[in-house]
Design a protein around this ligand. Structure first.
Ligand SMILES: Nc1ncnc2c1ncn2[C@@H]1O[C@H](COP(=O)(O)OP(=O)(O)OP(=O)(O)O)[C@@H](O)[C@H]1O
Ligand SMILES: [Mg+2]
Length: 451
């Protein structure tokens, strides 16, 4: 009987079985067996088993790092400043980046526009569309304008065909939209299954590294927000970019979750309009002018990577009938909100135990930094007491809250202040300047209003 080309391997203990089991016979975990291509016989020769080494393997000579040849490679600019910045200065030739995002967020739009710009600047590009027909992609390209129509496309889902195309075309940059729809005919798993995605990404990576093709893999995100398919995909690729935002809102943020060639702190802000995604270079200005100046609104001087960003934090406090009352956080971490509420109650004299509390960062932006604490606390206090903290200009704040009610310094205070000053926000409540505790800051905030 011919050996099947695949095995089922447990992702927890590595146990291999010729057929699928709901429960791993090796470790007893449920639902951990995934189909994998059976490794080629030659690769197995020196493998596990009895530990014998293949006689053909020859020992390698280690080279001191100082002598390793590493020619400085020029990065490829995608022509989209925000994307280049998040990538750490452009695409690295031969690198593999994964762009994840929920449906309809604009992954195809962003990658099409990037390829268009690259084609316009004379690079060889290729768009592999597995999800949409060539005609659909063309319609989008027409909407995007610019050089988007110059991009050559193949609409294909068979991995072998795609790899063969890559080998003949040898583009500088290639987009695979999306990695979940490609399938390897040698595996029986459905496209998008763990085994398929892993195999597809692995084989694309080998070809891309060999031929020096910078590859952007588009990936879907599950309902919970993690990348669909195995986490192993995230280990495999050089960069993991996450495209976030709410479909109904116009602002989208692109951030790096992992980047082997740059910082993971950078964030790009985009706005979705008719002709595609446009970069929002002066995001702060937008958010400040849009700030509502009502009770419960505070401008937070946040840092998004190396760049300061002013965003509006809004809070709503309403009497609750529920036990426990609602705590809804949009754009800030729920645990952070819980901490701020506890510190406010214990050290700020603002107890909200019987109220529903809603906090959101306007514009669909996410802030994940301790420096947001104080702005959240001020917004909550102002909402609870119905006091406007703004006069003609919104009140700005930043700082971390300690568990004992003290204000803690956060990084880049000068840059946050400079950004606030740029938009005429002179009243910035922050650690230092006589405010060492939350109470001081609350007092300072109301004084700033009176001044
Ligand atoms: N004519 C238009 N004007 C403005 N926005 C549009 C227009 N057509 C499409 N869009 C926006 O583009 C989005 C779809 O973009 P895109 O196809 O790039 O998303 P995607 O992330 O690739 O989605 P999927 O996961 O389905 O592939 C829509 O949600 C919509 O917001
Ligand atoms: Mg798409």
């Amino acid at each position: 009987m011919p050996r099947s080309a695949t095995v089922f391997a447990c992702s927890a203990c590595g146990h291999q079985s010729p057929k699928w089991h709901g429960r791993c016979p090796g470790c007893g975990e449920w639902n951990t067996l995934v189909e994998e291509a059976r490794p080629a016989v030659s690769a197995r020769a020196g493998g596990s088993g009895n530990g014998a080494r293949s006689s053909t393997a020859r020992a390698l000579k280690p080279v001191p790092l100082a002598e390793v040849q590493a020619p400085a490679v020029a990065r490829l600019s995608t022509g989209i400043g925000e994307l280049d910045r998040v990538l750490g200065g452009g695409l690295v030739p031969g690198s593999l980046a994964l762009i994840g995002g929920s449906p309809g967020i604009g992954k195809s739009t962003l990658t099409s526009a990037a390829l268009g710009n690259l084609a316009g600047s004379g690079h060889r590009v290729l768009y592999v569309s597995g999800e949409e027909s060539a005609a659909q992609v063309k319609l989008r390209a027409e909407r995007l304008g610019g050089h988007a129509l110059k991009v050559p496309i193949v609409a294909e889902t068979d991995l072998e065909a795609v790899l063969a195309t890559l080998e003949t075309e040898r583009p500088d940059v290639c987009v695979i939209d999306s990695v979940q729809v490609l399938y390897d005919p040698a595996l029986t798993g459905a496209p998008g299954s763990v085994g398929q995605v892993r195999e597809v990404a692995g084989r694309i990576m080998r070809v891309a590294k060999e031929l020096g093709i910078a590859t952007l893999l588009v990936g879907h995100v599950t309902k919970e927000g993690s990348l669909a398919g195995p986490r192993v995909l995230e280990h495999l690729v050089d960069c993991v970019l996450s495209f976030e935002g709410e479909r109904e809102r116009t602002y989208r943020t692109l951030r790096a979750l992992k980047n082997r060639f740059g910082s993971t702190n950078e964030v790009g802000v985009f706005e979705m309009v008719e002709r595609g995604l446009v970069e929002v270079e002066d995001a702060s200005e937008r958010f400040v002018t849009e700030a509502t100046r009502a009770p419960g609104s505070v401008v937070l001087c946040a840092m998004e990577g190396s760049r300061p960003l002013l965003v509006e934090v809004q809070a709503l406090v309403a009497p609750s009938e529920l036990v426990p009352p609602r705590r809804v956080a949009n754009g800030v971490d729920r645990n952070r909100l819980a901490l701020v509420l506890a510190v406010l109650a214990r050290h700020g004299g603002v107890g909200l135990g019987t109220s529903d509390v809603f906090v959101s960062v306007a514009g669909g932006v996410r802030v994940d930094e301790p420096g947001a604490d104080l702005a959240i606390a001020l917004a909550l206090a102002s909402a609870a007491k119905g006091i406007e903290l703004t006069q003609d200009k919104p009140l700005a704040a930043f700082g971390e809250l300690g568990l004992t009610g003290e204000l803690r310094h956060v990084a880049h205070a000068d840059r946050r202040l400079a950004e606030a000053a740029k938009f005429g926000l002179d009243a910035v409540v922050r650690p230092g300047q006589g405010a060492t505790t939350l109470r001081d800051a609350l007092r300072g905030a109301t004084k700033a209003r009176a001044a």
